[in-house]
Write a protein that binds this ligand. Structure first.
Ligand code: PLP
Length: 455
């Protein structure tokens, strides 16, 4: 095949996610052929620094020899056998490892294949937990509280607890009702006060909802520390701890969605560790296999798991499962990914590199259209505004953000936009020099696009 043929077939046959296909067909798509370290290469051999970690998943870099080897070793044994009625070696070893590295008494691992499924499973476990515990008293406990502007994935249950209206508006009639609670977005909540005041305001709002509907709430679901897909909304320090304390006070389950932030992204293995929070259910995905295979996990504690044991078999079985649950290839590469993270001291290096990058990132404030810079570890959002005082954003049709992304691509950098926010989620093993290059190209791209606007 030639590059041109691939481009044509892509347009003819592939329906891309979250993509306006009419518009996509008019573009010049980037077709990736291979990757090495922090770089991806297109079919014409051009190199791109992967500042998006291939949708926030890549940990050690592309085509890591040791991860490749782990996959090859497993594929020579067996690619897949089911967890329904039998077990397999890598899924057992990985579950044991996850139990060891996740905080507190989290120790029971339910596998799935995507982040959205891990959320879906957490919601179903939480709901059934209360039923199993006391069917009469808790029959009413069928509601979840989630934050406004939350993103938990695209299956119907995950969308139901999502708060990003832009993504989910069309499907509203299909969804169950969530109880929404305000999310801390300090940059745009200045009428409330500083970060601390915003935190208190949001926690007070959550408490009000818990007070009003204690009997009906099964759980609260929250993205630990950062709401990612909304545009990297970093939460004030202490917010997650406050949410956890309220869940305890009102006896509802806490579900931490760490699909995006888990596995070192924010500078600790799991983001909730930074606030000494141990959720009742932890959702993991994305980085779990280092960016190699689709795998996700919902992890819970003995108290919840034990509510599914007992004689009333028909009520206590958790009726949920997917064909590829606990897939051997995915579990073996995930295990190797975690072992390598430990061997290479990767989490500490993320934290170190992130601290060193802060000053360089702040130079972006020199640009007249950079309104806010948000960073937690190697999770970075640059909010682009028309005017720093009014904080007015550009419209999609003005195309400013997409031009910045396209300019960066021409310069050999992959980053992406989320609304009016440019996001950088680099490969976690990216070197300090490459990280500087990523921010440097972003700076130049914003500047160039700004200059064309002024002229
Ligand atoms: N939860 C969070 C916090 C996410 O950021 C995402 C994806 O971006 C998901 C869930 C959904 O994960 P997936 O796309 O693997 O279904």
């Amino acid at each position: 095949y030639t590059h041109n043929e691939l481009e044509q077939w892509d347009k003819d046959y592939v329906w891309h996610p979250f993509t306006q296909m009419q518009t996509y067909r008019q573009t010049n798509p980037l077709i990736i052929e291979r990757g090495k370290g922090s770089y991806l290469y297109d079919t014409e051999g051009k190199a791109y620094l992967d500042g998006y970690a291939s949708l926030w998943v890549n940990v050690h870099g592309h085509s890591d020899p040791e991860l490749n080897e782990a996959l090859k070793e497993q594929i020579d044994k067996v690619a897949h056998s089911t967890l329904l009625g039998s077990a397999n070696v890598p899924s057992i070893l990985l579950a044991k490892k996850l139990a060891e590295i996740t905080p507190g008494s989290l120790s029971k691992v339910f596998y799935s294949d995507t982040g959205a499924a891990s959320v879906e499973i957490a919601l179903k476990i939480a709901y059934q937990y209360w039923k199993n515990k006391d069917a009469t008293r808790y029959a009413k406990k069928n509601k979840f509280i989630s934050l406004d502007e939350a993103y938990h994935g695209d299956t119907v249950g995950a969308v139901s607890v999502g708060g990003m209206d832009l993504y989910h508006r069309i499907f509203r009639p299909l969804l169950f009702q969530r109880i929404g609670s305000p999310a801390p977005y300090s940059y745009r909540m200045e009428e409330i006060g500083d970060e601390e005041a915003v935190k208190d305001y949001c926690l007070a709002a959550l408490e009000e909802r818990l007070q009003q509907q204690t009997e009906e709430v099964a759980g609260v679901i929250v993205e630990s520390l950062v709401q990612g897909a909304t545009g990297i909304h970093t939460h004030p320090v202490g917010f997650l701890k406050g949410v956890a304390d309220l869940c305890k006070k009102y006896n509802v389950l806490l579900i931490c969605d760490e699909v995006a932030v888990g596995f070192g992204r924010t500078g600790t293995m799991f983001a909730c560790e930074q606030e000494d929070v141990v959720p009742d259910l932890l959702c993991l995905g994305k980085g779990i296999t280092g960016g190699y295979m689709p795998l996700a996990a919902t992890i819970t504690n003995d108290t919840i798991f034990n509510a599914f044991l007992g004689e009333r078999e028909e009520h206590k079985t958790f009726y949920h499962g997917h064909t590829y649950t606990g897939n051997q290839l995915a579990c073996s590469v995930a295990l190797k990914n975690i072992e390598l993270m430990e061997e290479r001291d990767l989490v500490a290096s993320v934290s170190h590199k992130a601290a060193n990058l802060k000053a360089t990132l702040e130079t972006l404030y020199e640009l007249p259209i950079v309104g806010d810079i948000r960073q937690r570890g190697l999770m970075i959002g640059i909010e682009i505004v028309k005017n720093k005082n009014t904080k007015e954003t550009f419209t999609v049709t003005e195309g400013v953000i997409s031009q910045i992304i396209e300019t960066a691509r021409q310069k050999g950098l992959i980053i992406r936009e989320l609304g009016s926010v440019i996001t950088m989620m680099p490969v976690l093993a990216m070197s300090e020099q490459e990280l500087q290059k990523m921010v440097g190209i972003t700076y130049e791209s914003i500047q160039e696009v700004y200059e064309t606007m002024v002229v």
